[in-house]
Design a protein around this ligand. Structure first.
Ligand code: GUN
Ligand code: FE
Length: 426
């Protein structure tokens, strides 16, 4: 079924705002040429001629967005979680990512990653690859073939890592990125490049300057890491003594948001004061990665404060800091860590609700891809058909409760069908 027009009959929910769930038991969801035309309690006459996919009894929700995931780390997830960020990078991550110099290794590992995401609940993702151009292009080919919609970055790094993963110079790193962009031009319809300086400690000022030129020339979005752990932040303070904050170190090169540079920054666990104000002013999308922040003992991001103060926030799996790609899992984790933060750190910042976590994983993160993450009219038609009978009793139960249980209990076994931009993947 290619970008068809059709109607789905099911128990439908989507998020209209953090505190606002739209619930349509036995509703009708209309897809017109890849876009939602809305959800209705009775099917409007004008759509009566469209084919109906009768998923009565199943739950239908928008596809989820993973705002931050490292594809090459999928192969070693669940390992080295006794370390904190910088040691974990040195001991596990950099050696593993060095292996992607081999296209053969990359192909095998990336196939497993892509198949996991294809079968799971995410329909969109912002993906880090490695510094290697052929492997990155192979990853993009596989993602394009999967039917998922993604942004993928060839990573830039020219300092503070083993030689096997260090690009020879700032100029070589920038040239590698230009070559990559030229090689993929016109190659994909749903797989897009995103500029990916790994983080400030991996990129010299000279490289950041080059990347800024590339960003402007190609009009690329940007993804990176920000204020994830205390030792990382202290390191950035040493590297950039003149920057008011870690965020300002990116901003100095024009690589932190604004109207011409859509940016997603992972973590922001310690963003406050002027840095948080800058994220808001530049409309940077914060990728909250609760599982990773637990595993690497980084901390708990103040998502309640971000939402209260009007920052844009979505969710990331941050595999392999996180162990699971599912953004349902990230929703549950986000709620759980927010409760610990509330109880142990700041009782003025209430825990997240299920409705808020569902918003973050759908509409909140989807915004980075345009009109994505909702069934309101005009949104791109990404949908999951979930059979929740495995974990939900057969007797009548409120739709909102079924959604809550799906957030906590569902896995890929329960996803019966998946649509991206109106196209049925399975
Ligand atoms: N900061 C720089 N690189 C990484 C990475 O691969 N994972 C995480 N969690 N943080 C990073
Ligand atoms: Fe990361």
């Amino acid at each position: 079924m290619q970008q068809d027009s059709f109607v789905i009959r099911a128990d439908i929910c989507y998020s209209a705002a953090p505190q606002s769930l739209e619930l349509y038991p036995g509703g009708w969801l209309v897809c017109l040429e890849g876009q939602s035309a809305g959800v209705f309690r009775t099917l409007p006459e004008q759509y009566a001629g469209l084919p109906v996919l009768d998923y009565s009894g199943s739950l239908v929700v928008p596809g989820l967005t993973d705002l931050h995931v490292h594809a090459p780390q999928y192969a070693f997830r669940g390992q080295g979680m006794d370390l904190e960020l910088l040691d974990w990078l040195d001991r596990y991550t950099f050696p593993e990512e060095s292996k992607y110099a081999s296209l053969e290794y990359a192909d095998r590992a990336y196939r497993r990653f892509v198949e996991d995401v294809r079968r799971g609940p995410n329909t969109r993702a912002c993906v880090f690859a490695t510094i290697h151009r052929p492997a990155t292009i192979r990853l993009m080919d596989l993602l394009e073939e999967s039917g998922l919609c993604t942004m993928v970055g060839k990573v830039n790094m020219d300092r503070s890592c083993p030689e096997t993963l260090r690009e020879a110079s700032a100029a070589a790193s920038a040239q590698g990125t230009r070559d990559w962009l030229e090689r993929i031009e016109g190659r994909y319809s749903r797989t897009h490049p995103i500029l990916t300086p790994r983080f400030i400690p991996s990129c010299t000022d000279e490289l950041m300057g080059e990347l800024s030129k590339i960003q402007q020339q190609y009009g690329l979005p940007v993804q990176s890491h920000l204020s994830e752990s205390r030792s990382e932040i202290a390191w950035v303070r040493e590297l950039c003594p003149n920057a008011k904050s870690y965020g300002h170190a990116y901003h100095a090169f024009g690589l932190l948001g604004g109207p011409d540079c859509p940016t997603v920054m992972a973590h922001c666990v310690y963003s406050e004061g002027e840095e948080a104000a800058l994220l808001k002013a530049q409309n940077v999308l914060v990728a909250h990665c609760p599982a990773s922040n637990m595993n690497l003992s980084s901390g708990i991001a103040p998502v309640r404060r971000f939402l209260r103060d009007g920052l844009s926030v979505g969710l990331g799996s941050d595999v392999a800091g996180g162990t699971h790609t599912s953004i349902f899992k990230a929703m549950a984790d986000a709620i759980q860590v927010s409760k610990l933060r509330w109880r142990l750190v700041d009782e003025a910042l209430a825990p997240l609700t299920v409705s808020e976590a569902f918003y973050l994983g759908t509409l909140g993160g989807g915004a980075f891809f345009g009109k994505v993450g909702s069934f309101a009219p005009g949104y791109e038609f990404d949908a999951l058909v979930i059979d929740d009978t495995r974990y939900t009793p057969q007797e009548r139960i409120e739709l909102e409760t079924r959604l809550e249980r799906t957030v906590y209990l569902s896995d890929e076994r329960d996803i019966r069908h998946k649509f991206v931009q109106g196209r049925k993947l399975f």
